[in-house]
Design a protein around this ligand. Structure first.
Ligand code: A4P
Ligand code: MG
Length: 186
């Protein structure tokens, strides 16, 4: 990508501590104020159960769509700076433990990269309902590099979810049996 070109990027925002709805709104505002960046869209906020060790409070999640001239690592640094300004306490070091604010770079143009500091596309996109469904709301046709369009990922997610529900329920299914015997033909 030539330097200075505008690149579409998507950022996942999540919080489950210290008034999560307000934390997510503050992060969305901060994204709108990033240098060399425009916040083009954002999803509604979604309240949902925490993925990770339990018990912990429910999360509020949202996804924002940006156009940015920042390079991927510059954008990551800007996201980490927003987390710091909102007072994220990194002394809680439990993996997937509760947090005041978390900003994840989900997609950056067609970039695929895996370094110690940054993995893009974010590896959780296809398996996390709190990422996939807000993305579906704002960018159904977005092609996630290496994975395909968001609408297809969301459809596959729904299908897997239904299959899992069916598998859990199938041992309890009582098959329909006739209550009265069919009348004999004269
Ligand atoms: N890093 C690498 N790639 C990225 C990327 N694409 N975006 C590195 C952001 N950061 C990336 O991040 C640790 C380091 O990851 C960063 O310094 C950066 O260099 P972190 O936010 O401190 O770590 P983490 O978030 O605790 O770990 P992890 O595995 O990234 O967790 P996730 O994937 O962020 O998940 N449940 C619900 N319902 N909703 C949620 O939002 N979030 C999490 C955290 C768990 N459960 C959740 C939710
Ligand atoms: Mg994170």
């Amino acid at each position: 990508m030539p330097a200075g070109s505008w690149v579409p990027a998507y950022v996942g925002v999540g919080s489950n501590l210290d008034d999560p709805e307000q934390q997510v709104q503050a992060a969305l505002e901060a994204l709108a104020g990033l240098p060399d960046t425009r916040r083009i869209s954002h999803s509604a906020t979604l309240r949902n159960a925490a993925l990770g060790p339990q018990p912990q409070p429910d999360y509020v999640n949202a996804v924002a769509g940006l156009l940015t001239q920042l390079a991927p690592v510059e954008l990551l640094d800007a996201l980490l700076a927003i987390e710091r300004r909102q007072g994220r306490d990194r002394s809680i070091s439990v993996r997937w433990g509760p947090r005041r604010i978390d900003l994840d770079l989900l997609v950056y143009g067609d970039v695929v990269m895996e370094t110690e500091r940054l993995v893009v596309p974010h590896p959780g996109i296809a398996s996390r309902n709190f990422v996939l469904f807000p993305l579906l709301e704002i960018a159904p046709a977005l092609r996630v590099p290496g994975l395909g369009p968001v609408w297809r990922l969301a459809a596959a997610f729904n299908q897997q979810e239904q299959q899992a529900r069916y598998n859990r329920a199938k041992h309890d299914i009582v098959w329909a049996i006739p209550v009265t015997s069919p009348s004999k033909a004269p």
